[in-house]
Design a protein around this ligand. Sequence first.
Ligand SMILES: *Cc1c(COP(=O)(O)O)cnc(C)c1O
Length: 360
Amino acid sequence: MERIFNFSAGPAALPQAVLEQARDELVNWRGCGMSVMEMSHRGKEYMSIQAEAESDLRELLGIPANYKVLFLQGGASSQFAMVPMNLLRGKASADYLNTGEWSKKAIKEAKKYGAVNVVASSEDKNFSYAPAQEAWKLDPEAAYVHYTPNETIGGVEIFWTPQTGSVPLVADMSSNILSRPIDVSKFGLIYFGAQKNVGPAGLTVVIVRDDLLGQTVKGTPTMFDYQIHSENDSMYNTPPTYAIYIAGLVFKMLKAKGGLAAMEKTNRAKAQLLYDALDASSYFSSPVARENRSLMNIPFTLKDAALDEEFLKGAKARGMIQLKGHRSVGGMRASIYNAMPIEGVQALVDWMKEFEKLHG
Ligand SMILES: *Cc1c(COP(=O)(O)O)cnc(C)c1O
């Protein structure tokens, strides 16, 4: 069977060239006689793989020297707890923006460690937009401000960087990291699970400004302390070595393709193709406010929801899978991360046009 177009929100498609390289190196990595999976994490071969992955990520994102890059596990979901444990730093409360399902989970977890001030919420309109900064009620005494610049389920993306003065800005970039350039120096902390736009599940990356380390709440487990991971170069315990290796191959490929500015160009072209089709259609529609239309996750609905299954069946027959939308939004969702070629989006648009002719 040929490779299919996989529109999954995560774990998501990986670049075919990366999979092929991993296959070629699987049994015997560069003549060392073993697989990356079998290497000691303290051996020189593996240490070079991790060091190179870190330096390539630093180069891609332009990460300043006073930021630490931590390769952790536990998913972005563990960060919902680690962020307050590490960043409350004796303060009474933290500010959170509520723009959807992932924001809500982060808020719920943070409440276990301190007071949460929800600065603004878009729940009034089923999380179909992001409140403008003018509507946020920021607390100048907050320990940090947390937001989700791309809500993977709702398909709501924030393209501007919130201004939080001296209060550190924290972002869950699980589903839009590496999709376009960002200015890391505007953030106190950025975290993301790898399985959307970076690599395999099992790796979680934290980028944190070094002055925020070393002030955890009492009782923080050793494994949940950023400072411990930082002091040990993410090798306090065994890191997810194979996932880091694959992520490293992805970083190399992105560099070779011209970096994040080039990715943004491609990603904008892909998203535009689909949004243009949605705008031109009287059968399919996007529930998301125009200025917040995500480049990565694009939910859309059919005029007749009773035909959802038929649409999915026809998509599958045409080599496209994982288009079913999340139950909170309904309809379809196309996740078109870096690894989705424009041909996949074109195939989807072609099927939508054909389907509309049949049923519109
Ligand atoms: C997928 C996702 C998560 C959860 O990630 P896990 O790695 O499964 O814990 C959190 N936040 C966002 C924005 C996501 O897309």
